[in-house]
Write a protein that binds this ligand. Structure first.
Ligand SMILES: NC(=O)c1ccc[n+]([C@@H]2O[C@H](COP(=O)([O-])OP(=O)(O)OC[C@H]3O[C@@H](n4cnc5c(N)ncnc54)[C@H](O)[C@@H]3O)[C@@H](O)[C@H]2O)c1
Length: 366
């Protein structure tokens, strides 16, 4: 929770699409924050958000560099499609702003390194929007890891699977604008929270496989789906991706991500850890270990709701991530969403995609 400070940070948002609403809702609950500017290439989207959240119409821009120059915000939330994360973040850092960029950090590790270098050169902070780290379950599992309950982690199984949920807005189906499909879009969530629970070991190599069998098919578009009528004509990403990552610690992480998996009709956003002394399942919030000569399952009865409750409200994980970054900037409290974590996650995602392009050959991560 927030430590006290009298200063208010002046936030600006770049990209006023779907996820900007979660940022703006979160900022409403942060005493030490105010929203001073909104930017979108499609100015009507900025105007709509301005009206919804009580921001002056004059504070809406089409050009983010102009907004940075004229409004001089303290912090910029980058909520554009993935392909614009790097250029917008670098421009914001160069303009002297701290940056919170949405997930995934960018399209490639090289882009992430450019963003880190720009923030460092400007002596400004850069954080990644990994809100799943703030849930009570994530905090509980990480504490278990820190206390050695799992021992040495040997295996992690990660899942981000939708039975049928190809996004029908934005540019999520276009590889050149997003960097990939479900692996980079939703796999990243399960991957980053699992990697956090494992103590963020350094990834050293990966193999991967991707497959497209529904998203680009006209005859599938009108079948029942959470989000029907996606744009099959521009769909160039995978429907299913599988990855296998080796860590410096010797642990192996296996990940499955899909927008359209033929599974029981329940979406999965989960991981399991298996270590030398214990294991866990995030979704069920269970820890498996030995006590007094018995095998036991530990399940907390009550978790702190802060950071757990969806996209809106004081307990939302969006509020938690924006509060974490605000506190970090104002009071120097450590952040759990630092850019270096975003880079490691990106290295895993990119190595999985590269391996898939090479027919499943192992790709080393340097
Ligand atoms: N953390 C989460 O849970 C979560 C959920 C959904 C999306 N996201 C991420 O948020 C980002 C945006 O997703 P979305 O669903 O809001 O997409 P969206 O398509 O609804 O919105 C993106 C907006 O950015 C604007 N834009 C593009 N380039 C721009 C630029 N250079 N300057 C100003 N505006 C620009 C577009 O016009 C569009 O309005 C993506 O990176 C996505 O991965 C995160």
């Amino acid at each position: 929770m927030s430590a006290k400070s009298n200063k208010k940070l002046r936030y600006a948002i770049v990209g006023c699409g779907m996820i900007s609403g979660a940022h703006l809702n979160a900022l409403k609950h942060i005493e030490e924050a105010e929203v001073v500017g909104l930017c979108d290439l499609i100015i009507s989207k900025a105007h709509d958000r301005a009206e919804e959240f009580g921001v002056a119409k004059e504070a809406c821009y089409k050009d983010c560099k102009k907004m940075f120059k004229e409004l001089k915000p303290d912090v910029v939330c980058v909520c554009t499609p993935n392909g614009q994360h790097m250029p917008v973040s670098v421009a914001a850092s160069k303009a002297g702003c701290h940056v919170l960029v949405e997930k995934p950090m960018a399209m490639s590790p090289l882009e992430c390194k450019k963003m880190i270098a720009a923030a460092k050169a400007a002596k400004k902070k850069l954080a990644i929007g990994f809100q799943h780290r703030f849930t009570g379950k994530s905090q509980y599992m990480r504490k278990m890891f820190d206390e050695g309950v799992f021992g040495d982690i040997k295996f992690a199984r990660v899942q981000a699977l939708r039975r049928r949920g190809i996004p029908n807005w934005g540019v999520f189906g276009q590889k050149h604008l997003q960097g990939g499909g479900p692996m980079i879009d939703i796999g990243v969530h399960a991957l980053e929270m699992c990697h956090y629970a494992m103590g963020a070991p350094k990834p050293v190599a990966a193999v991967g496989m991707t497959s497209t069998y529904i998203g680009d098919k006209k005859d599938k578009v009108d079948i029942v789906s959470s989000w029907p009528n996606w744009d099959y004509k521009t769909y160039t990403v995978e429907d299913l991706a599988i990855g296998h990552v080796r860590m410096e610690t010797g642990a192996v992480l296996h990940i499955e991500a899909s927008f359209a998996a033929h599974i029981a009709p329940k979406n999965e956003m989960d991981y399991q850890l298996m270590g030398t002394k214990g294991g866990c399942k995030y979704g069920d919030c269970e820890v498996y270990t030995d006590q007094n000569g018995h095998m036991v399952t530990i399940k907390p009865d009550f978790l702190n709701p802060y950071g757990s409750g969806g996209f809106d409200g004081p307990n939302s994980f969006f509020r938690a991530k924006l509060q974490d970054f605000t506190d970090h900037l104002l009071n120097g409290t450590p952040t759990i969403i630092a850019a270096e974590n975003g880079l490691m996650v990106q290295q895993m995602l990119s190595a999985i995609y590269q391996s898939a392009e090479k027919g499943g050959k192992e790709v080393l991560i340097k």
